[in-house]
Structure formats: structure tokens, C-alpha cells
Design a protein around this ligand. Structure first.
Ligand code: AKB
Length: 312
């Protein structure tokens, strides 16, 4: 049975991932860590600032971890507000997590993102291996992180694995500081106010995925036969690509009075414009059987149902 330490466990992905991992591997085998305390704890939890290498090492060792899932990071829009801090947290945290994994021989996962691509990357059906010259601090962190993970595998034999996540949509924990967050906010506002003002312009396509598919992808990649992995880190994965008016139209099928207008935020729009319209996930499909169950249609049905129950 795996013994897993998770950093950033109270974030958008971490909070749902910990629940899933505890279902699979047992509550006592998953140590959740974050920089702040949870409102309620349903299993082992420790405070951890990921820039504190010694504490990360000691917690992992005392817990007897054999796996590190490193989620703590600033997202794209927040990183743009404070790039120096983003570098220190995103790269410092990753370096510490990789070092702990090397010292304690842990299997390692960390996510990259569609943010690792830039304006010179082919925009449609973006290949797995392609030009990566991102123009955001988040993107610079992600490319450096992908390379660092490859380096730790080839130089030290650390079993590093990772995916490039698209925008993730979930009803459980709201995201914070991302460029793709509009695709989550829109569902909340549709139910609460019947209208939404999009900060992303009409016609801006980005890849997206429903959280259950993202969590399953992490589990499947970590369980995959390592000898079949040619890429190991930074696998492109995606479930759908849409632009704001398409998600609005889908919501209208269920809330016919729903209205959307636009008030474009130049910072987040510039980030979105520098990212692909849609990426190609065939390497992940071939090497470890990635597949997504949700598309825009069945995700919208589920999101609205779950959010209505939550917000009632
Ligand atoms: C963001 O928008 O920053 C993230 C991402 C795509 O990495 N959701």
C-alpha cells in the first residue's frame, strides 16, 4: 500500500485529491499538508510551508512516505502580480520536493500546465513535444519544472511523473488566481445570479477538464508501468476545448434565462491569448491509457446538479 505525502492539500486539486487517495489507499496512508490549517480534518494533517526544506524532509521521513504529490504552487494570474515571489515559491518548493524525493527514494508527481506553452507554440492540436517559449512567470516556472523533473529522473533515477493540466473545473473547492477560473465562476454565477460577466473575450479557446477526470489521471499515471513511459513528465492531457460563448450556450440549455456579457481583463486575456486553443493528448493515451469521461455537455449537467445541492 502506498504512503503518500501531499503538499498544497487544501488547494483546488489537493482538497479533492486527498479524499480520492484516502478512498483508494486508506485514510492513514495519506498525509495532507498545507500552509494553513483545514477547517476540519478527516485524516493526518500537518502544517507545511514548501519553502521549508527541512520540515518537508522530516515530515516525509516520520510519516514513512514512499510517494510525494507536490501540488503547492501559485497559479498564472497571481504569479503575474508578484513574479519574484512566484519564482521563489514555485521553483523553491519544487526543488525541495524533488530533493526530499531523491533523499528518501519517493515516487514523485507534480503537475505542469498548458501554461508551459507560449505564443510561438503551434496553437491547434498542440503536439506533446514542441516549442515552449512561454511569456508568463507561471509558464517559465512550468517549463523549468518539467525540465527539472526530467533531470531528477535521468540524473538520480527519481521516479518523477507529471501531466500538463488544462483548466480544471470543479464544484468542490473554487480555484484561486488562475486564467481559466472563469469556466468555474460562470456556473456559480449562473445559479446564484442568472448572469455572468466574463473577463475572457468571446472566441478565446482554452483546454479544460472536469475534476474527476483530472484526479483519475493522476492515479492512473502514478500506477502506470514505468517501463512503458517514454515521456514520464509533462504529458499533455485534455478533455475539451471551448470559448466563453459555448459554455454559456450549454448552461442556457438548463437555465434558459441565463445571460452573459463581457468585461475583458487585459492581464488574464493576454495570458489566455498566449496559450494553445487545444492540445493533443495522444502520447498520454498511448503510454498509460489516459482517457476523459466528461465533455462540456455531461460536465455541465453534473456541475449544475452538484452546485445547486451545495448552494441550496
Ligand atoms: C491557470 O489558469 O493558471 C491554471 C492552469 C491552466 O494552469 N488553471
Amino acid at each position: 500500500m502506498k504512503k503518500i505525502i501531499v503538499t498544497g492539500a487544501l488547494g483546488q486539486i489537493g482538497s479533492e485529491l486527498v479524499v480520492k487517495l484516502r478512498d483508494i489507499y486508506g485514510v492513514g496512508n495519506v498525509l495532507a499538508t498545507d500552509i494553513r490549517k483545514p477547517e476540519d480534518t478527516c485524516g493526518p494533517f500537518e502544517l507545511l510551508d514548501v519553502t521549508d526544506a527541512k520540515k518537508m524532509h522530516d515530515l516525509s521521513k516520520d510519516f514513512g512516505a514512499d510517494t510525494m504529490i507536490h501540488m503547492a504552487a501559485l497559479l498564472s494570474a497571481t504569479a503575474e502580480k508578484n513574479p519574484q515571489f512566484a519564482w521563489n515559491l514555485n521553483m523553491g518548493g519544487l526543488m525541495n520536493a524533488l530533493e526530499v524525493s531523491r533523499e528518501l527514494n519517493l515516487q514523485f508527481f507534480t503537475p505542469s500546465s498548458i501554461g508551459a506553452f507560449g505564443p510561438s507554440t503551434p496553437k491547434d492540436n498542440t503536439p506533446q513535444d514542441t516549442l515552449q517559449r512561454p511569456t508568463t512567470m507561471y509558464g517559465v516556472n512550468k517549463v523549468a519544472g518539467e525540465l527539472l523533473c526530467d533531470y531528477y529522473y535521468s540524473r538520480f533515477g527519481v521516479d518523477t511523473r507529471g501531466v500538463r493540466f488544462p483548466g480544471l473545473i470543479s464544484y468542490a473547492t473554487p480555484p484561486g488566481g488562475g486564467t481559466t477560473d472563469y469556466a468555474v465562476d460562470i456556473y456559480y454565477k449562473a445559479i446564484e445570479q442568472g448572469r455572468y460577466t466574463s473577463y475572457i473575450a468571446e472566441g478565446t479557446y482554452m483546454d479544460m477538464m472536469y475534476m474527476p477526470d483530472a484526479l483519475q489521471a493522476i492515479v492512473n499515471l502514478m500506477e502506470a508501468d514505468g517501463s512503458k513511459l517514454k515521456h514520464r513528465n509533462a504529458f499533455n492531457i485534455t478533455a475539451m476545448s471551448f470559448e466563453p460563448s459555448q459554455i454559456a450556450e450549454e448552461i442556457k440549455k438548463h437555465i434558459p434565462t441565463f445571460k452573459m456579457d463581457y468585461n475583458v481583463d487585459p492581464v488574464r486575456q493576454a495570458i489566455a491569448d498566449s496559450w494553445p486553443n487545444s492540445i493533443d493528448s495522444s502520447a498520454a493515451e498511448e503510454e498509460w491509457g489516459f482517457k476523459a469521461d466528461y465533455n462540456l455537455e455531461n460536465m455541465t449537467v453534473d456541475m449544475l446538479e452538484k452546485l445547486r445541492a451545495k448552494l441550496d
